[in-house]
Ligand binder design. Sequence first.
Ligand code: AMP
Length: 401
Amino acid sequence: MIRSVRDLDIEGKKVFIRCDFNVPLDEFNNITDDRRVRSAVQTIRYCLDHNCSIILASHLGRPKGAVDEKYSLAPVQMRLKRLLDKEIILALDVVGKDAQEKAQNLQNGEILLLENLRFCKGETANDEEFAKTLADMAEVYINDAFGVCHRAHASVEAITRFFSEKTSAAGFLLQKEVQFSKNLLRRPTRPFVAVVGGSKVSGKLQALVNLLPRVDKLLIGGGMAFTFLKAQGLDIGNSLVEDDLLDEANRVMEEAKKQGVKVYLPVDVVAAQTCSQDATIKFVTVQEIPKGWMGLDIGPATSRLFREALADAQTILWNGPMGVFEIEKFSKGSFKLSHVIAEAHATTVVGGGDTADVVARAGDADEMTFISTGGGASLELIEGKELPGVKPLTNADSENE
Ligand code: AMP
C-alpha cells in the first residue's frame, strides 16, 4: 500500500512537496482553472498544522529546460496566497543561489515555492544530481503530483532515492487517486465501459490494448476515432489521423474481437473545413465526409449510439473529449456525453485535464463519482501499470492488500 504523509513523523520538519501546479493560463497569464492548486491545499495545510517549513515544487507547461518567463510559477504563488491566506515566498530559480538561500532560511510555518522545475534540464532527464540538490533542501519528501507520476522525472522518481521509508510518502491527493484507481481495477462492477477520446492515438494506444482484458465495451470518439475509421477503409477527408498507426488500430480491433470486447466507433460527425467558431458545419455519416472537410465532433446519431451502449453500464471510465470542445460548435458531443455519464446509475470515473474541464463546463462535476487530476497517470494505473512516482512510496510487504 502507498505510504501516507500521515504515517510519517513530520512535526517541525522541513518538507519538500512535489505538487502538480500545471494549470491552464490565458494570454494575460491568469489561471483559468485552479482545480490543481486547490487540490494541493489539504496536504499543505496538514504540514502547516504540524509546524513544518514547506518547500513546494512543480512544473508548468513545457519550457524545455531553460528559463522562460511565460512559464513562471508567479500566478500560482498569487493563487496559493489567496487560497491559504498566507504569504508564499517565490524563489527566483529552482536550485540556484536564491532558491538555496531561501530554502535554508525558511522558518517553521513558512512556505517557499520554487520556480518551474522544467526550467532545469535535469528534471525531465531524471538526473540524479539535480534530484539530490532538490532533496538536500528538505528532511521529508511528499509527492502529491498524481498528474506526473507516470513519468520518471527527477522530482518524482530520482529524488526518492535520497529519502527513506520514514521520510517519504504520498500526499492526500496522490493517496486518494491511487487507492481509488486500484479499487476500481480490482472490483469493477460489470458491465465496465471505457470511453476514450482526445486527439492523440499514439499516447493512448497501448492503454487501449491494456484496457481490453478489463472492460466489456470500448467507446472511441474524438480525433483518435479517425485513425480507427481510416484503418477500416473509410475516407475521412482532412480529419486528424495518425497514418503510421493504422495497422496498430486494426490490431486493437482484432484483439477486442478475440476478447469479446464490443467496440463502438462514431457513425456520424460534425464536419467543417476549418477548425473555428465561424466555420460552416455539416452533419454527415462517417462514410460521407466530403473531400477537404474534417470531423471535429461526434454527431447526434453517435451521441444516441453511445448513450445506448452506456445504458447498462455499472462502471464507466471516461478519458478524452469527443470533439474540439474548446470551440462551442464542436462541443455538443462532449457535453451530451458528460450528461449521459453523470446521469448513469454507475460508478463514474473521469480522467484527464481536458475531460475534467468538459465535465466542469457541462455542470456535471458533482454528479461524477471521481474526477482524477491526471489523465495519462490515471489511465496507466487503471491499466494495472506500476507508476515510477508511486512505486518508491509503496511498501512492498503490503502490496497486495
Ligand atoms: P488529448 O490531449 O489527446 O486528450 O486530446 C485533447 C484534445 O483533443 C482537445 O484539445 C480537443 O480539442 C482535441 N480533439 C478532440 N476531438 C478532436 C477532433 N475530432 N479533431 C481534432 N482535435 C480533437
